[in-house]
Design a protein around this ligand. Structure first.
Ligand code: SAM
Length: 203
């Protein structure tokens, strides 16, 4: 039986104590500890970034020379000098491209996405919406990621998951799937980590 939703669990309490805007920061910390993705000087795009805990963590890890661009449907309160945020819908590739070019970046080193659809409570529908959003993330990564860059995507597992990862394997040279300890016990979310976009012309 899945465990019931606990709104004020240990991760939320820890986030409040450590000054992070959301409990999800501990998922990024775990991903970063495993794959060593964030380092000083990196150009990072964070999609589905509100309220901003991933931006807070990334901003510290890439300082002093790196920058993070955070995109979301919602406004994000200012974080730090090396963080720029924009209100953009991820399905609008032209607006995403515009936002990236406004940073004067040619290519991005790392794309992080913790994007989640508004959940309906109907498992198959929510899972499909998550896949749809991630198809946009994959298209952005394919267009904007540098050749040896990495993209991290949060995906809800379900019947379309295998077809999606199969499609990703045709576009990226490496793919790993990990679950994070801070994901709620009842959650079916996993993080798909892809690197090396195939056919990308980036540096
Ligand atoms: C789980 S939250 C991200 C939490 C964030 N990683 C943090 O640490 O604060 C998921 C975000 O995805 C955003 N989102 C959902 N659909 C989107 C879309 N089409 N375009 C951009 N952002 C979207 C939501 O607005 C929400 O803020």
């Amino acid at each position: 039986m899945p465990k019931p939703y606990v709104p004020n669990d240990k991760w939320s309490q820890r986030a409040a104590k450590e000054g992070y805007r959301a409990r999800s920061v501990y998922k990024l910390i775990e991903i970063d500890l495993r794959y060593h993705l964030l380092a000083p000087g990196k150009r990072v795009l964070d999609i589905g970034a509100a309220p901003g805990s991933w931006l807070q963590y990334a901003s510290e890890k890439i300082a002093p020379t790196g920058k993070v661009l955070g995109l979301d449907l919602k406004e994000i309160e200012p974080i730090a000098e090396n963080v720029v945020t924009r209100v953009v819908d991820v399905s609008d590739l032209d607006r995403v491209t515009e936002a990236i070019f406004s940073m004067e970046w040619d290519k991005v080193d790392l794309i992080l996405s913790d994007i989640a659809p508004n959940t309906s409570g109907v498992k198959d529908v929510d899972q499909w919406r998550s896949i749809e959003l991630n198809q946009h993330i994959a298209a952005i990564a394919w267009k904007h990621l540098r050749a040896r860059g990495t993209v991290v995507m949060k995906v809800f597992r379900g019947k379309d998951f295998d077809a999606f990862t199969h499609e990703l394997k045709t576009k990226f040279s490496r793919l790993k799937v990990m679950s994070a300890a801070a994901s709620r016990d009842r959650s079916r979310e996993v993080y798909v980590v892809c690197s090396g976009p195939i056919l990308a012309s980036g540096k």
